[in-house]
Design a protein around this ligand. Structure first.
Ligand code: C5P
Length: 294
């Protein structure tokens, strides 16, 4: 048996995010898009366990539980996060990572980004904090547009690709039902749909936008908006239905998250949220009762 000093084990949660407001405000020369989005961390999470076997040469082994479609290879953001981390610091030993996947993938919930951010946090802890926040943030930016937000989470207005983060006071006393319809949406394709559209009149004026953003920030949920919805929901009938059903079940607002197709409903009462989830579980496979967390 390995002595304590030869094996270190650490568990890190990777929390999903939802977008309460998402506007695509322009295309950039680098091919990405500038966004204005309000993101909030929610309690739905993956769990990553890191075992570091010291006195063995550095290597990475990734095991995935809970999703047979995900490849445990170098394309996985967890793997890429380790590679990024060891460019700037070193991990001393053999790293065995077990990723328990609960967050639906390609779903608009930032699951892969959350896993990458959790990996950066965990490796920094395992290595006794060699890298400061600024360095972790730079690494997160390279891994993906939502990874910087996922490093700290909470509630924030994110601009640029998503990496320019203004923290806000987390929302409280609201309950969520999150439904993933199982339909697949590719994020690059969703952005292409927006590029092809000539619907520029749908852009809000700066004043209207400011009012909408500040009312959501203060917990007023009537003004939720997602620029992808009008393009994605018509191609995802089950997600569209889920959104309608959430309203019928008493959500006072419902919206698609990110580039979809996951939708969420906001409830002011936990029992109402639980009852809605119970009812909708017979129609949809992936229904989660969740809440906002900081
Ligand atoms: O940054 P991330 O790898 O998550 O982005 C996935 C894809 O989504 C990019 O390759 C790009 O096509 C698109 N994207 C974008 N503008 C953003 C974020 C993502 O065009 N702000």
């Amino acid at each position: 048996m390995l002595g304590k000093e030869r094996k270190m084990v650490l568990t890190e949660k990777a929390y999903a995010k939802i977008n309460l407001y998402l506007d695509v405000v322009g295309k950039r020369p680098d091919g990405f898009h500038n966004l204005e989005t309000l993101m909030h961390t929610v309690s739905l999470s993956d769990e990553l366990t890191f075992e570091l076997l010291k006195r063995e040469p550095f290597s990475i082994e990734l095991k995935i539980e809970g999703n047979d479609n995900l490849k445990a290879d170098e394309s996985n953001l967890v793997f890429r996060a380790v590679k990024e981390f060891v460019k700037h610091s070193h991990v001393d030993g053999k790293l065995i990572i077990t990723l328990k996947k609960n967050i639906p993938v390609e779903a608009g919930l930032g699951g892969g980004s959350a896993d990458a951010a959790a990996t950066l946090r965990a490796l920094n802890r395992l290595s006794k904090f060699p890298l400061d926040e600024t360095k972790l943030y730079e690494m997160a930016e390279k891994l993906g547009s939502d990874v910087p937000f996922c490093l700290k989470g909470g509630f924030a207005l994110c601009r640029g690709r998503g990496e320019k983060i203004t923290p806000l006071s987390p929302l409280k006393n609201l309950h969520l039902v999150i439904i993933n319809s199982g339909e697949r949406v590719s994020t690059p394709d969703a952005f292409k749909l927006i590029d092809q559209s000539k619907n520029s009149e749908l852009q809000a004026s700066p004043n209207e936008k400011y009012n909408v953003l500040s009312s959501i920030t203060e917990g007023e949920m009537n003004a939720l908006f997602n620029a992808f919805e009008q393009y994605i929901l018509p191609t995802c009938p089950r997600a569209k239905k889920a959104k309608e059903e959430l309203i019928l079940c008493g959500a006072y607002s419902a919206l698609m998250s990110g580039s979809g197709p996951t939708v969420f409903g906001i409830f002011d009462d936990f029992v109402k949220a639980e009852n809605a989830a119970k009812k909708l579980q017979s129609d949809f496979d992936k229904v989660f009762v969740s809440g906002f967390i900081d």
